[in-house]
Design a protein around this ligand. Structure first.
Ligand SMILES: O=C(O)COP(=O)(O)O
Ligand SMILES: [Mg+2]
Length: 222
């Protein structure tokens, strides 16, 4: 089956890199940096939303021009911010196991294309995915279902499990009608019971089992 992953807060903890970019931008504006906690709570709906939240948190008035300027400066640095990213425990082994079992793997992230491509390259993840859809590639973003549906289409269609960490991912899966496994150690803000999900897991060594269950459900439904 297809397994489609979210990126930030699901496969990698990229908050320290994003914090560094935001600190550099805010410093130029004479403002204190964001805390890691703030960054984690601002990620998940793409960089434009993140910049809006950053501006609000530091009392910078959000006119369209001010946002466009700060977003442009943010993006210019974002693609070089890869050094601090780390995989969550068990992710690399899970890729190997799932690929060896013949599953197709996809990535569906709201992270903009350039920084997404840069971090995939930096972490050696490029060969892992059979399809990648990142922020700005289509005219819609999660939690709208289109990015996920497009990723599935690019994988050739068929039964799919979506794996993500946030409110945005749970809602995307619900709207797309795709079974959803919620990784609980990412950037989620609400209690797990408030997020629609089919499975919960806190370590990637559980994922293979979840994929088997998803396949069994899919077979039973046919
Ligand atoms: O909001 C972002 O830019 C990161 O998004 P992701 O959680 O969809 O990878
Ligand atoms: Mg995420």
């Amino acid at each position: 089956m297809n397994i489609v992953f979210d990126l930030d807060g699901t496969l990698i903890d990229s908050a320290p890199d994003i914090q560094a970019v935001s600190a550099s931008i805010l410093q130029k504006l004479g403002k204190p940096p964001l805390t890691l906690e703030e960054v984690r709570s601002f990620v998940g709906e793409g960089a434009k939303v993140l910049v809006s939240r950053m501006m609000a948190a530091r009392g910078i008035e959000e006119t369209p021009d001010a946002h466009a300027k700060i977003y442009g400066d943010f993006l210019a640095e974002y693609q070089f911010a890869v050094d601090k990213a780390v995989f969550y425990p068990g992710v690399v082994d899970a890729f190997a196991v799932l690929k060896a079992s013949g599953h197709k793997l996809g990535l569906c992230t709201n992270k903009p294309q350039e920084p997404a491509r840069a971090v995939l390259r930096h972490m050696g993840m490029e060969p892992v995915f059979d399809a990648v859809i990142s922020g700005g590639m289509i005219d819609s973003h999660k939690p709208e279902p289109d990015m996920l549906l497009r990723t599935i289409e690019d994988l050739g269609g068929g039964a799919t499990l979506y794996v993500g960490d946030s409110e945005t991912d749970a809602e995307t899966a619900r709207r797309a009608g795709v079974p959803f496994a919620l990784y609980t150690e990412g950037y989620r803000k609400s209690p797990v019971e408030d997020l629609p999900h089919d499975w919960l897991f806190d370590h990637f060594d559980r994922l293979q089992e979840i994929v088997k269950e998803a396949q069994a459900r899919q077979t039973a439904a046919q």
